[in-house]
Design a protein around this ligand. Structure first.
Ligand code: PLP
Length: 447
């Protein structure tokens, strides 16, 4: 075991140290080496060292360098050194994060990290916090708590009696709602298409003055950080109206919530803390390994009731039991890497990482504009959209940027235009990485 782990550490270190020098998207021939993994299930056991060697030799080349400094696809953070190292140690521990009695360390670390996170986001210290797989599940988890709360007010117990015959619940979303919120609503029986949709402005922000009538059986889903523009819904006005009406406000802040950590971006978060629940990701902007998301609920009792799991053999103590806050029972102790990332960055390191990424996005926008290309959004955060001309040309440029290998960016549609999306979310991206990527983009687009 000892030699095996040392060997995998050597191989992992080799991968990590080469990440900045390799092509971002693999070549077809690198992907073809995966054929070495194909074959019938072996009849006999084999040496674990040979398994790891095969995996590295065939698999490492077919990865996308998403942890490298020039991957700008989707919203994809890299992996902080402390988070990767803690993940390896936690892998050796293999703790079940469900119950205190299964892992005192996992449970305590979640509590410590929860306190730090609530402080970073400016959320009430008493919030319930669930460590889930990502923002999709965080939206689901928080909206389950919302569903419980609004129906309880109407005298209906949704956990016991389901939605058949329940009083109707109104769900309000913005025109630019993230699909994961719609998926969560679908999974919760609230319906993807049953929502009332509020129009959005040119940056994808909900128009607060177009909010429909809301009451105590309404859940308003707002967004902190649009995936295309980085724009924030006007939370202050919406939360004030919801407070008056007794409605629930849920915030999807998968990456945008992290704006709270950077003093110069904090203004975007105005009013967000007045909501009732929030969802965010750690595997995006906190740069921890997959999978890692967080659900926060102002009144933790709603979350606990929505996530309740009881059996005589599932020993629940007096302390916070992690599984009272998540859909999962058994799960990996993903709070460990969150804690390690925050412990290694500190408040200043986190602020600098977020701000550096935002400034890199601004540098991209400036460089692209200077080269004569149209930037389609106000670059307030870490997201940039650029058009290189018509849809066909923009798509061709994106394909050729992938083939060139210097960097990687995805495509999107924005208000009838095809655009390339640049998201700067990796801790190790420098101004030189931005300039090197810009040079490749502009050269390809001009050609
Ligand atoms: C990424 C994202 C999600 C979904 O997060 P996953 O971690 O992929 O589940 C939800 N909302 C927004 C705004 C996002 O950017």
């Amino acid at each position: 075991m000892k030699e095996l782990l040392a060997e995998v550490a050597r191989r992992g270190a080799r991968y990590v140290s080469s990440i900045g020098n390799r092509r971002v998207f693999p070549l077809a021939e690198d992907i073809a080496r995966l054929d070495a993994l194909v074959g019938p299930l072996p009849g006999e056991p084999c040496d674990p060292a040979a398994v790891v060697a095969l995996l590295d030799d065939a698999g490492s080349g077919a990865t996308v360098a998403t942890t490298g400094p020039r991957y700008f696809g989707f919203v994809t953070g890299g992996i902080l050194p402390a988070a990767l190292a803690a993940n390896w140690l936690a892998g050796a521990w293999d703790q079940n994060g469900a119950l205190v009695v299964e892992s005192p360390v996992a449970a305590r670390i979640e509590e410590i990290a929860s306190g730090w996170l609530l402080d970073i986001f400016g959320l009430p210290a008493g919030c319930g916090v669930g460590f889930v797989t990502g923002a999709t599940m965080a939206n689901f988890t928080a909206l389950a708590a919302a569903r419980h709360a609004v129906l309880e007010r109407a005298g209906w117990n949704v956990e016991e009696d389901g939605l058949f015959g329940a009083p109707p619940v109104t769900v309000v979303v913005g025109a630019e709602v993230h699909v994961s919120v719609l998926k969560a609503l679908a999974m919760l029986g609230l319906g993807r298409a049953r929502v009332k949709t509020v129009p959005a402005d040119d940056q994808g922000r909900m128009k607060a003055d177009a909010l429909p009538a809301i009451d105590e059986r309404t859940i308003v889903c707002i967004q902190a950080g649009n995936v295309n523009t980085g724009g924030f819904d006007p939370a202050a006005g919406i939360c004030a109206r919801a407070r008056e009406a007794g409605a629930w406000v849920h915030v999807d802040g998968a990456f945008g919530l992290w704006a709270a950590a950077a003093p110069a971006r904090k203004y975007l978060m105005a009013g967000v803390a007045d909501a009732d629940s929030w969802a965010t990701d750690c595997h995006k902007w906190l740069n921890v390994p997959y999978d890692s998301g967080l659900a926060f609920v102002r009144d933790p009792s709603h979350l606990r009731v929505a996530m309740m799991l009881r059996a005589a053999y599932l020993h629940m103590g007096d302390a916070r039991e992690p599984s009272q806050y998540t859909p999962e029972a058994s799960r990996r102790a993903r709070g460990i890497e969150v804690w390690a990332a925050l412990r290694s960055l500190g408040r200043r390191g986190l602020a600098e990482m977020i701000e550096r990424n935002c400034q890199s996005a601004a540098r991209f926008a400036e460089g692209l504009r200077r080269s004569g290309f149209a930037v389609l959004n106000d670059v307030v955060l870490n997201q940039v959209m650029v058009s290189f001309g018509d849809a066909e040309k923009t798509r061709r440029v994106i394909r050729e940027i992938e083939a060139d290998g210097t960097c990687w960016c995805g495509a999107t549609e924005w208000h009838g235009n095809t655009a390339m999306r640049i998201s700067v979310s990796c801790w190790s991206t420098t101004a030189e990485d931005v300039d090197r990527s810009l040079e490749a983009m502009v050269k390809i687009a001009r050609a």
